[in-house]
Write a protein that binds this ligand. Structure first.
Ligand code: ADP
Length: 523
């Protein structure tokens, strides 16, 4: 049966992949390898250390973005399942060993978890490619290793959580305790399914919190697999609960739950606002929101045009443009503008689209039909707004959710394509004259997640870095992230910072303990 499926895939889809790739790219492809599709093993909810069916018995299909066909059905969590998961997480936090064990013991378990993810890298990478559509090479080299790094980074902090000693005025002294905040609800998106899972759970688990996490409905498979690895690593029952399900039901139940002490969310600004409202209307739980972006990449006249084009290409098209901090407003100074535009088009023409399991493929499909339709709608809007469509602008192939890498030039600040987050392979090029002008225009969106600068002039780089209102500034690089670098947004790109010590601290609260130095004047 399995062989028949595999053969069927090779027979039916493999030739399709090659045909589509070869007709679009100027690059020659590596010799095709045999593609073996992974078979999902874990498709139920993970509550209190066990895989269980949903209370309602409902399931939903997760789809293969290469074809739009169902991969498998997974259990669909609703409010009742969220209640069960919170009950388990509450018990594990209030009475269980996890928050009470020495930090070194939590570190040992998290390091073991990292080892297990590393040992299962290939399976996880394949599952991620199948569920999300991102190139397998990127999963192998980027996504899955970043999960291992997150676990090890925060394992390193678990036994180094310290408070302060307080030298108070008067005859009193004190100290602070950094305590885990409690049961944490985490809601994650589909663009980096497993990386987001580990970026969220690692700091929370390291400091002793317990977790109820919901992966996006488009990409539940790797998170459920990771739940099993956490169990094997020795994470006690109830500490980590993973619920596949939809936003309006399971996600909303998490955000409004009275038994959850904090919410961490990554996704759209619109949903972030809803989550904050739900948190405010329930138990005023704090929220950490990592939201949308429309990041500028500013290319000055003194830049090497070829290098700047390569940088802009990666900034706009990596992960099929499905990155919150993608550089999508490319501001190019007038002296090199025309040459830049010409070279950017040439570069986009070389992009290798195709089946993400194929070696050498740089761009796979968008995650689903809804995103695919949204991107094409924005491209139509750009044309209507009189931006100049230079390349792309269409879907690609005859099935699945592929969109050609697209470039608009002559884009004006007030156009929708320069203001809204498209979340697809669409680059807008805008011309500017002076540094003052580009500071003002670069900041002219509701977002403030990231910004990039390409220049050889250190003074210009410094001035722009301080003037751009964004949570991360990349100078002569782009999309360079690290566990050690705080990440989060200004303005409507979010609240709070993840990664680094900031990420750990966001899952803790500070308690002041005060006592008299000598005898108590109160007794
Ligand atoms: P995108 O628009 O990129 O799909 P979303 O912000 O819609 O991103 O989704 C990100 C995550 O938020 C997903 O896990 C989704 O299920 C969840 N979500 C969507 N709507 C809600 C909601 N009303 N309440 C809580 N979570 C939600």
């Amino acid at each position: 049966m399995f062989f028949a499926q595999k053969y069927g895939y090779l027979h039916k889809n493999f030739s399709f992949a090659i045909r589509r790739v070869s007709c679009v790219t100027l690059h020659s492809m590596a010799a095709p390898a045999v593609i073996t599709l992974p078979v999902p093993k874990y498709t139920k909810l993970f509550i209190n250390g066990e895989f269980v069916d949903s209370v309602s018995g409902r399931t939903f299909e997760t789809l293969d973005p290469r074809t739009g066909d169902a991969i498998t059905s997974v259990a669909e969590a609703t409010k009742e399942d969220v209640d069960e998961a919170v009950k388990a997480a509450r018990k594990a936090f209030d009475h269980g060993p996890w928050p009470r064990m020495p930090g070194s013991e939590r570190a040992r378990i998290l390091n073991k978890y990292a080892d297990l993810v590393e040992q299962h890298l290939e399976e996880l990478a394949r599952l991620e490619t199948l569920d999300n559509g991102k190139p397998l090479a990127a999963c192998r080299a980027g996504d899955i290793p970043s999960c291992v790094k997150a676990l090890r980074y925060y394992a390193g902090y678990a036994d180094k959580i310290h408070g302060l000693t307080l030298k108070m005025s008067g005859e009193y002294q004190g100290y602070t305790l950094q305590e885990p905040i409690g049961v944490v609800g985490q809601i994650i998106p589909w663009n980096y399914p497993l990386s987001m899972f580990f970026y969220k759970i690692s700091p929370a688990l390291a400091c002793g919190c317990t977790v109820v996490i919901k992966p996006a409905e488009q990409t539940p498979l790797t998170a459920l697999y990771a739940a099993q690895l956490g169990k094997e690593a020795g994470i006690p029952a109830g500490v980590l609960n993973v619920l596949s399900g939809f936003g309006e039901t399971a996600g909303a139940a998490i955000s409004s739950h009275m038994g959850i002490d904090k919410i961490a969310f990554t996704g759209s600004t619109e949903v972030g606002r809803r989550i904050m409202e739900a948190a405010a209307k329930s138990n005023l739980k704090p929220v950490m929101l990592e939201l949308g972006g429309k990041s500028p990449l500013i290319v000055m006249d003194d830049a090497d045009v070829e290098e700047a084009v390569n940088l802009a290409h990666r900034a706009a098209y990596s992960n099929m443009g499905q990155i919150c901090c993608a550089g999508t407003r490319i501001f190019v100074q007038e002296g090199i503008h025309d040459e830049f535009v010409k070279k950017a088009v040439e570069r986009a023409r070389q992009q290798v689209l195709g089946d993400p399991f194929m070696p050498g493929v740089q761009q796979g499909p968008q995650v689903d039909k809804a995103q695919f339709d949204k991107i094409l709608k924005y491209i139509e809007l750009g044309k209507r707004e009189q931006a100049n469509l230079l390349i792309g602008g269409k879907c690609w192939g005859d099935k699945g959710f592929y969109v050609e890498p697209t470039i608009f030039s002559d884009v004006q600040d007030n156009m929708k394509i320069a203001q809204d987050e498209i979340f697809g392979p669409v680059m807008s090029i805008l011309k500017f004259k002076t540094v003052e002008e580009v500071i003002e225009r670069g900041n002219k969106t509701i977002y403030g997640l990231a910004a990039g600068i390409v220049t050889k002039n250190i003074n210009v780089a410094n001035r722009l870095s301080r003037s751009l209102r964004a949570g991360v500034i990349w100078i002569n690089c782009y999309l360079v992230t690290d566990m050690d670098a705080p990440f989060g947004g200004y303005k409507m790109s979010g609240i709070g910072r993840e990664r680094s010590l900031c990420g750990l601290e966001s899952y803790m609260q500070v308690k002041s303990v005060i006592c008299p130095v000598y005898e108590s004047p109160w007794l």
